[in-house]
Design a protein around this ligand. Structure first.
Ligand code: KDG
Ligand code: MG
Length: 405
């Protein structure tokens, strides 16, 4: 089944998304998500200039070979831009394979390992009171696991919220350049345990809670945070330190039994290998989009399963519904699935462009069985929401030093 055409769309139904559509000679099409937050157009160029011309006429069924052709064949194997591009192609090919086989993709992987996908939602706020109010709402909606993030008192717009946009820091603003935020490790460390203490006092221990540190600590600081949080029995803390130096996780591991998650920025299995093999983490956060597609992600899952490490794919708002649906199939299959980050059911603009259906019941996310991923993209609707350059905030210490985001 030859590839006839490949289209790349960039649209902004609330935030920027890059979507790939591969069309075969019998007009079957498949979709992939190539969104790389704040660097979207670099992926578009990589796809249009370097990938699309090489794939026209190739057999869409040869997913494994095409993946290696794009990865090894490029000589420059990894990197976030190229992997997001390869990931979207791989996803679109799996969508096509499912449609041609008249099967949901999870069936091609070996079938379902569970009835639904456990998710964690987000409760953010500018005060503990606000976070707890949002947590209460999430529990009423049926969430069984929730991530808590809160502005640190006396630091404006700290991670967890964005000034003037209380509900979410990752919403893209109208500013054409990155907004700046301030960070104080001391204030953060003095404050965060109190958030979880109050959450446990109010809601008990049945609801699973987690927290994203966003790589802002050193290993020894993160070790201390992990110990301080032990009484509140978190599902995990995510990215306590940067992942470039895997051994940072060894230090944390030696000091605390708070479970650890990392890897939303991993591009390949090689990025994750040392942490997994040494059992320094409990959850791998790599998304289908940023991990290069389903083809490498299923290898990552199988490798992690040898070491008691579970999959917890990244599901931030900058991953499109195409990625969410790909995760549904991956998570239904992966024997060592842990939990999926899920930010909700989307805005009217988003749902005008992407058509998909998921349903939350008692903490589990369900979808209907459809061939392929079960998601569609409305090209006409997308034209109403043109791309606009936009960035994540950057982060500085109080003395002005640029710090990790
Ligand atoms: O583009 C970056 C975001 O996806 C990231 O900041 C979100 O860390 C994140 C998470 O865990 O959702
Ligand atoms: Mg994260």
């Amino acid at each position: 089944m030859r590839i006839k055409d490949i289209k790349v769309f960039v649209c902004r139904p609330g935030r920027n998304f890059v979507t790939v559509k591969i069309i075969t000679e019998n007009d079957t099409y498949g979709l992939g998500d190539a969104t790389l937050n704040g660097r979207e157009m670099a992926v578009v160029a990589y796809l249009e200039q370097h990938i699309v011309p090489c794939l026209i006429g190739k057999d869409a069924h040869q997913i494994e070979d095409i993946w290696h052709y794009l990865y090894k064949g490029a000589y420059w194997q990894n990197g976030a831009v190229s992997i997001a591009a390869i990931g979207a192609i791989d996803m679109a090919l799996w969508d096509i394979k499912g449609k041609l086989a008249h099967m949901p993709v999870y069936q091609l992987l070996g079938g379902k390992s569970r009835k639904g996908v456990r998710v964690y939602g987000h409760a953010n706020g500018e005060t503990i009171e606000e976070v707890l109010k949002n947590l209460g709402t999430m529990i009423k909606k049926g969430y069984k696991a929730v991530r808590l993030q809160c502005t640190i008192p006396n630091t404006k717009g700290t991670y967890g919220t964005m000034e003037g946009k209380k509900n979410y820091y990752e919403l893209q603003g109208n500013r054409p350049l990155p907004p700046e935020q301030k960070w104080s490790t001391t204030k953060y460390m003095n404050f965060i345990p109190e958030l979880f203490k109050q959450a446990r006092e109010k809601f008990g221990y049945e609801i699973e809670l987690c927290h994203d540190v966003h790589s802002r600590l050193t290993p020894i600081e993160a070790s201390r945070l992990g110990k301080l949080l032990e009484p509140y029995k978190l599902l995990f803390i995510e990215d306590p330190v940067t992942t470039e130096n895997a051994e940072g996780y060894k230090i944390i591991r030696e000091h605390t039994n708070t479970p650890l998650a990392a890897g939303e920025k991993f591009n390949t299995l090689w990025d994750a290998k040392e942490m997994i093999q040494n059992q320094w983490i409990d959850y791998v956060r790599t998304a289908v989009t940023h991990g290069g597609g389903l083809t490498p992600l299923k290898k990552l899952a199988d490798f992690a399963s040898l070491y008691h490490v579970r999959m917890a794919p990244h599901g931030a708002p900058d991953l499109s519904p195409v990625c969410l649906m790909a995760h549904m199939h991956f998570n239904l299959w992966a024997p060592n699935f842990g939990v999926q980050e899920f930010i909700g059911f989307g805005t009217p603009e988003l749902n005008e462009v992407f058509h998909y259906k998921v349903e939350l019941k008692e903490g589990l996310l369900y979808m209907d069985d459809k061939p392929g991923w079960g998601v569609d993209f409305d090209e006409e609707a997308a034209k109403k929401y043109p791309y606009k350059r936009s960035y994540l905030p950057i982060n500085r210490l109080e003395d002005g030093t640029l710090w990790n985001w």
